[in-house]
Design a protein around this ligand. Structure first.
Ligand code: ADP
Length: 215
């Protein structure tokens, strides 16, 4: 399957993407994970974007398109891909459309994960992430804590709160989402690719996607 996952921070794009990869071997491509790995590794790119990411601002469209153009041509994408956190702006969506046309790739749909603001705020403040850049597993102190407090079940690295998950950065990320990313819902509706689902429950989202792919 070739899907775009849309939704506010905390809507569950990453969680849904991970579950979907288990179905048919499609790869999850999270621009947030790619960028965080660059920051942790201290690469030139990482140094450029570190402060921007910490405050919850978006990195430039050109930079993201450079990363994605390369990523989408890697052989593991042939089986399918789940775009998590990309595109994030109308210019990115336009550029992706042109890129996919050039690569002769057809998207199945753009799934809009819809969740109430209170739920989002609660999820983001209680979210924890594995600090290992190769893993970045996601936990929640209330609903999905690691078996041993503060230690990742999958790789044993410390589980931490992301630097952009302070109350201030969270509210900034939600503003950025409303201003820059929410317009993509209209964009994909016009393209005839939109599926909006209630994302309060992950199982509900997975069922709706499966049904649409089969139907
Ligand atoms: P979330 O969806 O939980 O906000 P992500 O892990 O997707 O978090 O992204 C974290 C940060 O990475 C964003 O706040 C932004 O700075 C940067 N980022 C990720 N994807 C993009 C993108 N497509 N365009 C611009 N910036 C991005």
């Amino acid at each position: 399957m070739k899907l775009i996952l849309l939704g506010a921070p905390g809507a569950g794009k990453g969680t849904v993407a991970k579950k979907l990869t288990e179905l048919d071997g499609s790869v999850q491509i999270s621009t947030g994970d790619i960028l965080r790995s660059a920051v942790t590794a201290g690469t030139e790119l990482g140094k450029q974007i570190e402060s921007l990411m910490k405050s919850g601002d978006l990195v430039s469209d050109d930079l993201i398109m450079g990363i994605m153009e390369e990523r989408l041509q890697q052989p593991d994408c042939e089986k399918g891909f789940l775009l998590d956190g990309f595109p994030r702006t109308i210019p990115q969506a336009e550029a992706l459309k042109a890129l996919l046309k050039r690569l002769n790739i057809k998207l199945d749909m753009a799934v809009n994960l819809s969740v109430d603001r209170e739920v989002i705020l609660d999820r983001l403040t209680t979210r924890r992430t594995c600090s290992n850049p190769e893993c970045q597993a996601i936990y929640n102190v209330k609903s999905n804590p690691p078996k041993q407090e503060g230690i990742c079940d999958k790789c044993g690295s410390p589980v931490i709160q992301r630097e952009d998950e302070t109350a201030e950065a969270i509210s900034h990320r939600l503003e950025t989402y409303n201003e820059k990313t929410a317009p993509l819902i209209g964009f994909y509706e016009k393209e005839g690719l939109l599926l909006t689902v209630d994302a309060t429950s992950t199982d509900n989202v997975l069922a709706a996607i499966k049904q649409k792919l089969e139907g």
